[in-house]
Design a protein around this ligand. Structure first.
Ligand code: NOJ
Length: 499
């Protein structure tokens, strides 16, 4: 009897009867990918070298399994298979990115690569044929190497280069693309690429290059927003936003007021670094960042802080430059106390936060940094509503990594629990979440993890030249979700052993 009652209770919880399970009318579902992670064709049809080509070729030891994006999932040749997979899932939209070095091989607009244009037109046409809306990211980390040779995002000249590239893309593809993302995950670009070696170009100018990068990147984003707004929006009738990534920080002891304050500081350093300048009334970098970095810089004997607040012109110019708040979210870390994190370099962003953090929370995944903490997602979304004046939100990425199993119950449970949080904040807190993009369609080149961490709802056998794609159980789960707009209840999606 007791046993039956327990089973009943578990079924009730996982079937969602205890929660709302239906998404509101108008909520849209998609999946997301990025050019360098899937396209391959790295040096053919006119494409030039980008910073990830350079890193993976010159320092292959940095990639967990020694793989690279040379062929990846060969989507340059197999895009129709991707589009068919999208149609099978039934999604409303497909978030993809354009490869800058495929379109403008020199990085500048002096030469346009006709094969690059042909490729994206063919892909966009194939999507249109299946009634799938494209949501297109202009920059998802694959900077042309020629621009990196000039300093990349640490060089303010990038504002012009990015604007010119965007201008070309709006003009060329704007009749087919109604939803744009300027830049994907500015934190990862600046901190991991310029303040560390975790991502290309692996400059590792910790505490310096990362802040030069954010200055340029936010200005470049704003210029592209204004360009779209003033020159293209009326004719093309589209929208434009930025996708900001978040690791949400919680105090490890919610009763500890010092930890609570530090968790807020950490969130301002991570999410606020790029969101505060764009989404607050006040604009500019978060005050706590400016103060902490000024204090640290003085202690280092500098006469000017390593991060300086924008001047009034730029504060105004950057403010309000996103139609929606695009959020990429995967996980939560805990703040355990004040001090210098043992892993922090000096100087560095991490040291500047003044917080010690841990990932020791929730169940794990195949990625060291990714722990399963659905409640953190709800907390992040409520925090965004209150911190940024109730913005309309798109979840532009969310997903789970494993080693590539077809019966991917871990992924399904993750998706189900994170999507439940979205429903909770929509219905209980009136957070305006309008759409959701699952990361990702096919197992793809997961940057420095190579193919060792698999995020796809389609398995890809990278040992085969034709890169066959096989739907995992999560593809069926997502398909059922999109068809009904309701969290699927079917028992086959839930591994009873794990409930
Ligand atoms: C964020 C990035 O935008 C994407 O490129 C990456 O593969 C996923 N997160 C998973 O790490």
């Amino acid at each position: 009897m007791v046993w039956l009652a327990i089973i009943g209770l578990l079924t009730l919880c996982h079937s969602g009867i205890a929660h709302r399970t239906k998404f509101p009318d108008g909520f849209t579902f998609g999946v997301a990918t990025a050019a360098h992670q899937i396209e391959g064709a790295w040096n053919i049809s006119g494409k030039s070298e980008n910073v990830w080509d350079r890193l993976t070729h010159s320092r292959p030891e940095l990639i967990a399994d020694g793989t690279n994006g040379d062929v990846a999932t060969d989507s340059y040749h197999r895009y129709q298979e991707d589009v068919d997979a999208l149609a099978y899932l039934g999604v409303d939209f497909y978030r993809l990115s354009l490869s800058w070095s495929r379109i403008l091989p020199s990085g500048r607009n002096n030469y346009i690569n006709p094969d690059g244009i042909r490729y994206y037109n063919a892909l966009l046409d194939a999507l249109a044929e299946k009634n799938i809306e494209p949501l297109v990211t202009l920059f998802h980390w694959d900077l042309p190497q020629s621009l990196q040779d000039l300093g990349g995002w640490a060089n303010p000249k990038m504002i012009d280069f990015f604007r010119d590239y965007a201008d070309f893309c709006f003009r060329e593809f704007g009749d087919k693309i109604k939803s744009w993302i300027t830049i994907n995950e500015p934190y990862e670009i600046c901190e991991d690429g310029y303040g560390d070696e975790k991502k290309a170009p692996a400059i590792d100018s910790h505490g310096v290059g990362n802040y030069l990068c954010s200055d340029t990147l936010l200005k470049a984003h704003a210029e592209v927003f204004h360009l779209y707004n003033e020159t293209y929006r009326e004719k093309q009738n589209g929208t434009i936003m930025i996708s900001i990534n978040s690791i949400w920080y919680e105090p490890s002891d919610p009763e500890n007021t010092e930890q609570v304050t530090l968790a807020e500081t950490a969130n301002q350093f991570k999410f606020g670094w790029f969101a505060h300048p764009i989404f607050t009334e006040q604009g500019g970098y978060p005050a706590v960042m400016v103060e902490n970095i000024a204090r640290e810089s003085m202690q280092e004997g500098l006469t000017k802080p390593r991060l300086q607040q924008f001047d009034d012109y730029w504060i105004q110019r950057i403010k309000g430059t996103s139609d929606f708040l695009g959020i990429n979210h995967y996980t939560t870390f805990l703040v355990t106390g004040p001090g210098v994190d043992p892993t922090a370099k000096s100087p560095s962003w991490l040291k500047d936060t003044g917080a010690v953090t841990t990932m020791e929370v929730g169940e794990d995944s195949a990625s060291e940094w990714l722990r399963v903490v659905p409640a953190g997602f709800g907390n992040l979304l409520r925090w965004c509503k209150s911190s940024y004046n109730d913005p309309p939100i798109y979840i532009t990425e969310n997903g789970f990594s494993d080693r590539g199993t077809l019966e991917d119950y871990g992924r399904i449970k993750y998706l189900n629990d994170y999507l439940t949080e979205i429903l909770n904040v929509i219905y209980e807190d009136n957070v305006r979440v309008l759409g959701y993009a699952l990361w990702t369609l096919v197992d793809n080149f997961e940057w420095r993890a190579g193919f060792s961490e698999r995020f796809g709802v389609y398995y890809v056998d990278i040992t085969q030249p034709d890169r066959p794609r096989t739907p995992k159980l999560s593809a069926e789960y997502y398909r059922a979700l999109v068809a009904t707009r309701e969290l699927p209840q079917d028992e086959r999606f839930f591994d009873q052993a794990r409930l």
